[in-house]
Design a protein around this ligand. Sequence first.
Ligand code: CO8
Length: 372
Amino acid sequence: SGIVLSGSGLWTPPESISNEELVEAYNAYAEKYNQENAEAIEAGELNAKPFSSAEFIEKASGIKSRFVYRKEGILDTDRMRPYIPPRNDDEISVQAEIAINAARIALKNANKQASDIDAVIVSCAYTQRSYPAIAIEVQHALGINGFGFDMLVACSAATFGLHRAYEMVAAGTAKSVLVINPELTSPQVNFCDRDSHFIFGDVSVATVIERADCCQSEHSYDILGIKAATVYSNNIRSNFGYTSRASDTDPYAADALFHQNGRKVFKEVCPMAAEHISDHLSAHGLTANDLRRWWLHQANINMNLLISKRLLGQDATADEAPIVLDQYANTASAGSLIAFNLHHEDLVAGDTGVICSFGAGYSIGSLIVQKR
Ligand code: CO8
């Protein structure tokens, strides 16, 4: 295609929460809730809060721990959400700060200066405000000319962002594009909900996509092709939005936060993702057996094993399809790119891999890449 992925960066927050710590706090909260509401629960007016378990979490999801931007507040049974102090308008915003942390690493790995970049895309599950765009704040802070914009595609925000960069380079709109996925999920997690309190973590990743003749990096990948699909589903949903104020709905209500029908998602998304990858590969004359590595979305270890088994006839090994869920949990759209950041330098020229995301929307996005 003449378009390459020339460098990437991963910024990991310094604080983390293990399953044990998270479950201890949740269970203390549940016990207190049940005591305080004993009468209503007894009368059948309220449901008792069920208890969580670290063993269940690891077995059902593969998650052992998650990184968080701010641990303070999350384990406080009187708060059950992070405390991220507000900043003045003349200070860098939190999401721009973590975006820049990953962007600097990606620029260094791509061997690029800010002046080489023509466009910035910030793409993630949530942005902390509508305008000015986080991407424009990042562009300003890094001293990049050209243009920037934000986009939201939940679990597939990262791959869809890379797709837009690929198309911009293909169209000649930009020579080099910086795509950043600052996934600050913890403010939207319902830490009072046993079924979802363990799922997410915070992280920031960034990638440089550019014309092959501009590429000066050590580890670069030809992008052989991109493919995207969306199918509407209410099984993963967050109703938080700017209209809450007008509809008099509570921005802290359970349905305003992340919620899902996890079983249905699992059953519906696995076959869709497997078919998507297989169709994408065959459009390029490839099969699953031609892949040296699979950098898959990280929502659930059993999902990733099932998808690779459908395509390979057996479970992919950790070397073929690395898992980062144990340390990072689900980081919305960033999971496949965390796996890419941590596991790509060992590939040799000609090795082929697929980056693939799948989840809320539903949305599925893939890129087939080949080491140069
Ligand atoms: N501790 C103990 N027991 C529990 C717990 C817990 N923490 N949670 C659930 N249980 C119970 C259930 O209540 C259920 O009990 P019962 O049988 O009595 O009803 C039992 O355990 C089994 O529950 P499930 O059937 O729900 O368990 P599963 O084996 O299906 O595992 C998972 C649940 C892990 C959620 C699994 O279904 C899953 O991973 N599904 C796929 C989900 C997925 O991929 N979702 C996409 C996530 S969205 C995304 O990636 C980005 C969205 C945008 C970002 C949002 C940021 C905030």
